[in-house]
Design a protein around this ligand. Sequence first.
Ligand code: CO
Length: 214
Amino acid sequence: MDSYQQIFENNRAWVQGKLAVDEHFFEKLARDQKPHFLYIGCSDSRVPANVIMGLDEGEVFVHRNVANLVVASDNNINAVIQFAVEYLEIQHIIVCGHYGCGGVKAALHPTDMGQLNSWLQNLRDVCRLHQEELDQILNPAQKYRRLVELNVIEQCVNVIKIDHVQRKWYQTGYPQVHAWVYDLHNGLLKELDVNLASYFSSIRSIYDLKISDD
Ligand code: CO
């Protein structure tokens, strides 16, 4: 059996496994979803959101794209974030990058990548914003890791620029935004040691849309 056909075998086995533990599993899951987390991560096949977070079906709302970017003109992610904050009332938005990210590496070594050029331009913008810091890191591996981290932080900033996020935040104090990096080499997630609240307040005069309830 080829790997494509094997998927349906896997699916049936998974269904049977779930029903063996709880015969009403799918009935309950089908009623509604009330996840507490929105996870925005890379499409990389080695970084599966539910698995690395140890969460079950129904527990995390997921958006993935190349290099976990939050792009203002991307209707897809805007819809995901609006749905998550307004309808699901998500309390935590996580942007999770990963060391060894191919998209980030491509941005460090500019070449013509055709259709990917405009997408990767967002990463090159992160390089430009933090050029001074990056230029001081002489070790290429360390520079690569640092750009992964800086990209996550900048994408968190992009989340708080969004009107739906600001509106909900003024109403409820949520969502909180979190910057994570996953390490392919040891499987561990870490929260970046960065004071997002103070970073956000330092740029507030630029991005605060002055949204109020009335
Ligand atoms: Co990646």
